[in-house]
Structures are given as C-alpha cells and as structure tokens.
Design a protein around this ligand. Structure first.
Ligand code: UDP
Length: 401
C-alpha cells in the first residue's frame, strides 16, 4: 500500500525537543518505518524549512520525507491552503498514487480533507493534541483551531485516538461519530529504549556519581508544567538543607545555543523562577539531546518527572518506562493511562506542588521503591510495541479503502 502522511506543522527530521518538534515527529517516523517493514511505502509531506533542503530525502527503504515550499506567511490557515496546492501539483507532476492519506495535527488535517476530495481516497487523522483540551487544561484559547478540528472530524474517514480518554474527549467535546474512531496508542522502540546500568550511563554522560539526579525531558512549553517541578524542588531544599548540595535537576529540551531560546517567554519565566528560588546551582537547562542518547539519561536519573498540566499521551514517559525509570507524573491525560500509582510509577494531582515534593522526597530516599516501580514500568512498557501498533493502523487503512 502507498500511504501519504501529511506533516504540515513540523518536519520529522528536525532536532527533537526544539520548538515544535516532539512526540508527533517520533510517532510519524516510527510508524512510517514500521509500515515500511511490513511492505508498505510512505511519503511524508512537510514544509521546506531550510534554504537548501533537498526536496526528497529517503529515511528508510521505502520511506521518504518530501519537502515542499510553503507560503512564508504567519497565517498558517492560508499557508496550509497553499501547501495543499503544492502537494497536489507534486503528486500529479510525479504521477504518484496513494491509497490512503494520514494527516498529523489539525493543520495537516485541513490539507488532508481537501486532498482526499481531489484524489478520491480515504483520509485518516491523528490529532496528537486537541484544541479543547488545551483550552480546558492549558488555558490556551483558540476557537479557530477548535472549529477547524470539528470540520476535520466531520470529514475525515477515520480518526486514530491514542487512549480511551481521547476517544471520550472526541465524543464528548467534538460530537465525533463513534464508528469513525479507532483507539490505537503509539509504541516505543524497545531496541533503543532499554534499561542501562546507572553508573555506566552517568560515566558516559559525564554526570556525577554522587548526586541524586531528577530528570525532565520535553519541549519547553507551558503545558509541560516545568515550573511545578522547580517549586517542588525549592520546597525540598528549604525543608532539608542537606538536599541542596546533593541533587541536580536536568531539564532536557530546547536549543540552548540559540538566542531565541533564551528570549522565549516560558524559558524566561522558568529561568526567573530558578533565580528567585536560588536554585541556579542545581537546576540546569541542558538543551535538547538526540533521541539515541536519551536511554542513557533515563537510566542515569534517580527519578524522572513529568509534571505536565496536560499530555495527550506522553512518549517521554513511555520511553523512560521502557528504560526502567522511577517515574513521577501528573495525573492527567495519557500520563494517567500509562502510569498506575504505586504500581509502575507515582502520580500526583496535577498542579499540586506539595504532593509532587512529598512524592519526590519519598522516592529519592527509597531505592527499593524506585527499583520495584522501575521493574514494573519496564514490564508495562512491553505491550506498547510499534510493530504491533502499526499493524492495527494498517487494519484501519484497509477497512477504509
Ligand atoms: N525528545 C528527544 N530529545 C529531546 C527532547 C525530546 O528526542 O531533547 C523526544 C522524546 O524522546 C519523545 C518526544 O521528543 O519521543 C517528545 O514526545 P512527548 O509525547 O513526550 O511530548 P510532545 O512533544 O508530544 O508534547
């Protein structure tokens, strides 16, 4: 089967954890590579983002990323319209033929509903995040986006939801038709994400062997709740004076070498909080890290914290589960789906800094608990395997063709 992915918002080849590049990119590449392994061909259409971008780049045997120029316009709704025209032109000019379109994120969905009409083929949508959830949890109000999502939901042939909760949200907040929705979670590449020795990992990463390490990994975005982690750590360093000299909080994500990063509103807010709480000694932005290095970081940390105010799935948590980390996550969205409190990790009530600090302290001082939660996390992660999830998605494609 030939499949056209639309990835208008972000190119899967850009460095992860920087600006808009995150879970969606990892999802697209892993799904495309798994589809390739089961004999399908995938073209991922995205916008040209560098001056000298090659138009077509092979990333796997039968997976290509195709860069198409788009309107250099701040109005993404207009630019998505022009991207649709470019995509159609490219497909016709190169006599390409696809059986199905799979759009990722709502801007791609807007392109997809036009393309499906022109090519007369079915279209599958994965939202990755939903505007209404961002409004409810992140207080980001974008009515135009929500309206666009509703239109996509009406016109798409199939919608892939990552969790039962996302299915519920689509039904409740978007009045989606139940028979269009397929619950298929993402997976994790267990060949990359596996438990490594803590000392070996710290030595490789030049991290001290004698400190407690608390880790955060992700895009630096208000939705990730990094401020909650800083506040929680500040409580601990005030309450337990010995703590201050004995821990590091490593914040992975963002391009720390660019001026733009330090001018970003969220980065400035977090940096100020670190200064106010006098935590410059121990809380560090260390920038984004290549995907293949993350298993070392997950294994080097004593505790991995995901304090998001909302998370539709949370690949970082799944990856660190696969590495046997002791995880503390907020009880929201996909995080509450992946982590069962006191079984394979710990959950704290979203936004509750006191609860986060209490759990952190408990875990940092209880090696046995960390190890047993980590073991169960590793076990629980086994059912999330890309090869299996990709087959479920192929079934959806076949059903709609
Ligand atoms: N990631 C990475 N390097 C970084 C930061 C993030 O490789 O420096 C990857 C991470 O491994 C994960 C993805 O980016 O696969 C983030 O996905 P998640 O679902 O946690 O968050 P999202 O970006 O979708 O909000």
């Amino acid at each position: 089967m030939n499949i056209a992915f639309i990835s208008y918002w972000s190119c899967p080849l850009t460095p992860l954890g920087v600006l808009t590049a995150g879970g969606m990119n990892v999802y697209e590449l892993n799904l495309a590579n798994s589809l390739d392994k089961s004999g399908h061909k995938v073209d991922i259409f995205t916008r040209t983002h560098k001056q000298k971008d090659e138009i077509s780049i092979s990333v796997h045997k039968d997976v290509r990323v195709i860069h198409l120029p788009s309107l250099n316009n701040d109005d993404h709704y207009l630019a998505a319209q022009s991207f649709f025209n470019r995509m159609l032109e490219f497909i016709e000019k190169n006599s390409l033929s696809y059986q199905v379109i799979h759009a990722h994120y709502f801007f791609s969905g807007l392109v997809g509903i036009k393309l499906k009409k022109s090519l007369r083929i079915p279209m599958v949508q994965t939202f990755h995040t939903l505007g209404i959830m961002k409004k409810l949890y992140g207080k980001v109000i974008d009515e135009k986006r929500i309206k666009a999502e509703k239109e996509i939901i009406k016109k798409a042939d199939g919608i892939i939801a990552a969790t039962a909760l996302e299915v519920k949200d689509l039904l409740k907040h978007y009045s989606a038709k139940k028979d269009k929705i397929f619950e298929i979670s993402p997976g994790v590449d267990h060949r990359v994400f596996k438990k490594l020795n803590i000392k070996t990992s710290r030595t490789k990463l030049h991290l001290p062997l004698n400190k407690k390490i608390i880790l955060f990994v992700g895009r630096i975005d208000p939705i990730k709740g990094i401020n909650l982690l800083i506040e929680a750590v500040s409580i601990l360093s005030k309450k337990y004076p010995s703590f201050e000299n004995n821990f590091y909080v490593l914040l992975i994500g963002g391009d720390i070498n660019s001026r733009k990063f330090w001018l970003d509103r969220e980065v400035r807010k977090i940096s100020q909080l670190i200064l106010d709480k006098k935590l410059e000694c121990c809380v560090k932005f260390i920038g984004s890290r290549p995907h293949y290095l993350l298993p070392y970081y997950y294994s080097a940390a004593n505790v991995m914290v995901m304090p998001s105010v909302y998370e539709s799935f949370g690949l970082v948590v799944l990856e660190s589960m696969a590495c046997g980390s002791a995880i503390v996550a907020s009880k929201v969205g996909g995080l509450a789906y992946l982590v069962k409190d006191n079984f394979n990790g710990r959950l704290f009530k979203s936004n509750n800094v006191m609860s986060l600090s209490t759990i952190l302290w408990e875990l940092l001082n209880d090696k046995k608990q960390r190890e047993s939660l980590g073991r169960m996390a590793e076990k629980s992660s086994q059912k999330f395997c890309w090869a299996k999830q990709a087959l479920k998605i192929v079934k959806v494609y076949n059903k709609l063709i």
